[in-house]
Structures are given as C-alpha cells and as structure tokens.
Design a protein around this ligand. Structure first.
Ligand code: SF4
Ligand code: SF4
Length: 416
C-alpha cells in the first residue's frame, strides 16, 4: 500500500478515457444519493481509477475505500452515453488491491470466509450449512446471543441477519416432464440460493415439469463466481466459470436456466469476460424470462389471489437482464392479483452480493429506503428474483412475506 501503481495500467486508462465527465450517471448512483460526495459517484470513482492507473495518486486506504463502497449495481453503466464499461473497470481496479496483487491489502475475515466457502460448494459450503443448522437448532444460538459474546466479537449484526438455514434440498440429477415432453432444460442452482432457500428451486423444477420440460441438474456445477469477480479475484471467477461450462456444455438441453438474477447475469457474461471457450453452448435465461417467452398450455389455470404484490427489481435484473416485464406478464395470469413495481426500484436495496457483509452501514441505509417503499406500497407481499436481496430485505423486517415470483405462480396453479 501507499505506493503509486507502476507501470500504469493501460487497460484501465483506455477505459477511463471514455468518460466525458458529463455527470449524467450521478442521479442514478445509490452511493452518491446517500453521501452527496463526488468520490462516491461513478464519475468520481472513474477519475480516481484513472489517476491511480497514471500513478498520480497513491494506492492508499482512502482510495480503496471509495472503490470498495461501490455496489457494482451498474446503474451508471446503463445510462452512460459514452458506454464507459464501468462494471469491467471497477473489477479491474479492485483486482489491483486483492491479496497477493501489486497493491495487496488484507481482507476482512467474514468476506474471506464467504469467498472460500462458496468457491467450494460441494465441500466447504455444505459443511458451513450443516454447522449453521446445528448452531441454530441446538440452543447454541440462544446461548451466544444471551452471553453477549457476539456483540464482543462485533458479529451480532451479521448473526442476526442470518435466517434459519433449511434442511438440504438433496436435488436429483433429473426430473422428468409431466405429460408430453417438449424438451430438456438445465437448471443452475446457485450456492447461497440452494443453501438458504428451499422454496424456489423445487418450485422451478415443478413448474418446468408441468410445462413439459425435463430438468437436468448437473451435480458438478458450482458457484457462478460473481462474488470473486467483484472482489478482485477474476482468475478464481474464471476457474468457477470453467467448472460450470464443463458441467453444462456436455448436456443435451434447450437452455440453461437460473432462478437468481445475480447468478444468471454472471453466467450470461462468461464468454465476454473469460473468452468464448468459457461460454455456454446454449442460451442462458432467467427463469421468468424463459417462462414468459414460451407458450403455456391452455389447460393450465390459476386460482384467484386477492392480494396486492409489490415487485422488487434487483439491480442485476434491471441493468443486465430484461427487467420486470416478464415478472409482470407472469403474475398477470393470476386472477385478481394486483402486482405493481416498488417505488424507486432503480435504487439498490443494499444487498449487492457481499456488500451487506462488507459495508453494513451503507447497506442498512439503502435497506431502510427500500423498507419505506414497501411500507408505502401497502402490499400484502413482495416478490424478488434475487435471493441475496430477499434475505437482506427480510433481515430488516422479520415476518415480511417475500417470495420468488415462480413460487407464487406454482402456489396458484389449480389444474394441469
Ligand atoms: S461514466 Fe458516463 S455518464 Fe458518467 S460521467 Fe462518465 S461519461 Fe458521463
Ligand atoms: S456501480 Fe452503482 S454504486 Fe457503483 S458507481 Fe455505478 S451506480 Fe454507483
């Protein structure tokens, strides 16, 4: 730390040079909205990265802090008239500070644990899930909370945000279609989603089966790699991408389908990020986009649901996938249900992958705004296509009814 970056990073320089400093991205940036500090805006961060790459600024903790506080929501990239590849830039700049890199800095223990666990989904992550279940059900959690130990270790906030870890899903490698087969598809199960959400994946499988799709689930698939990509470890992210394309590209399927918007967006960027050899041979879809594209058999009917549903739009969905249109189209099939987008859906809820762990104060401030929007919507329930957002929002309001849209769809199907 505290040395200029030498030699200047030509790639970063080239990309930052695309910025014309117009400032059109500023009103779309959640961290600028919260702080009103130019250094916490896209334009400010781009200038910092440029000065760093030119060797004009020290690679110190203050500069790193401004880069770390970026959510990588990519709202700025979406509105930029000069097409500055902001997402690529921030990943490249953060990689300069990763442990072992030129400007190496240490990483917080919870973040390092998270990265190491998700990278080893079949081994370490399963052990973590098992340990957490034991902790939550054996009385150890009660004891730790009562004793003040968690507060002493400054882990109380993180621990309270942890929902109950469900029993393992033990998914099979194939689920045959119900009735006449249309085709097979492959399901990407994610790591945190598979561990923390026992409703969405079974709903996805059941719904696809009802619609005539056989669902293949390759056991060797792993984490999508987005946490590593955005935390300065592109090589580890590339290795994870390679594991996944190897697992999926050998299958005879019509599409690869993901249920979590953040993971699905990362899968779709594999070829652009890590080269054609690390791309999928078939199209990758968010499940709502897939279900909104196909034809639904006429015999499928839905029970009415007299509820107001607020649609939360995750940043990955808004900025990298197809937004809320598919969710709205699918929910419109349920009679009497009124589904409306949340106000200020363009503002991140603060979950942002590992952000809720690394930047708890800002993540909490953004969540408070999201919870105010939910209150103002007077909705009976919220839907979200991102498990990270769902966990973060629910941790701020225990008891809030929050579903993946496909769980709601399946719940209301009456006849097939
Ligand atoms: S990143 Fe794009 S929108 Fe933002 S200041 Fe630069 S050119 Fe303008
Ligand atoms: S990615 Fe999001 S938080 Fe980061 S600079 Fe862009 S708009 Fe702001």
């Amino acid at each position: 730390m505290d040395q200029p970056v030498t030699p200047p990073d030509q790639q970063i320089l080239k990309e930052t040079d695309q910025c014309v400093l117009c400032g059109l991205c500023l009103p779309h940036c959640p961290t600028y909205h919260l702080t009103r500090n130019e250094a916490e805006s896209p334009r400010g961060r781009i200038s910092l990265m440029q000065a760093l790459a030119r060797g004009q600024l020290q690679a110190d903790a203050e500069l790193k802090g401004h880069l770390d506080r970026c959510l990588v929501c990519r709202s700025c990239e979406r509105v930029c008239p000069s097409q500055v590849p902001y997402g690529k830039l921030i990943d490249e700049a953060r990689a300069l500070f990763a442990p072992g890199a030129a400007q190496s800095s240490s990483r917080s223990v919870p973040l390092q644990q998270l990265l190491d666990s998700v990278a080893d989904k079949q081994g370490r992550l399963r052990q973590v899930a098992k340990g957490l279940r034991l902790y939550q059900r054996s009385g150890a959690q009660w004891l730790a909370r009562q004793s003040g130990l968690l507060r002493g270790l400054k882990l109380d906030g993180l621990e309270q945000a942890l929902p109950n870890v469900p029993e393992p899903l033990n998914l099979k490698s194939y689920y045959p279609p119900q009735g006449e087969k249309r085709a097979d598809v492959a399901l990407f199960t994610g790591c945190i989603g598979e561990m923390m959400d026992d409703g969405t994946l079974p709903s996805a499988i059941k719904l696809l089966n009802i619609l005539g799709y056989g669902v293949q689930i390759p056991v060797s698939q792993g984490c999508c790699g987005s946490l590593h990509q955005h935390n300065g470890e592109p090589e580890q992210a590339k290795s994870l991408a390679h594991i996944n394309v190897t697992a999926f590209n050998g299958l005879e399927v019509e599409a690869v389908i993901g249920t979590g918007s953040g993971c699905t967006a990362q899968l779709r960027e594999y070829a652009a990020r890590y080269g054609e050899e690390n791309g999928f041979k078939v199209a990758v879809y968010d499940i709502c986009d897939f279900l909104a594209t196909i034809e639904w058999p006429e015999q499928i009917c839905f029970r009415p649901l007299k509820q107001r549903i607020a649609i939360h739009e995750p940043c990955a969905s808004r900025n990298l996938l197809n937004g809320m249109a598919s969710v709205q189209k699918l929910l419109a099939m349920i009679p009497e249900l009124v589904a409306r987008p949340l106000a200020n859906n363009n503002r991140c809820c603060g979950a942002a992958g590992s952000y809720m762990v690394t930047q708890p104060a800002l993540a909490d401030a953004l969540r408070r705004e999201k919870l105010s929007a939910i209150t103002a919507a007077s909705a009976d329930a919220v839907v979200s296509t991102n498990i990270g957002c769902a966990l973060h929002i629910q941790a701020g309001r225990p008891g809030l009814e929050l579903h993946h849209p496909i769980a709601l769809l399946l719940q209301q199907i009456t006849s097939v």
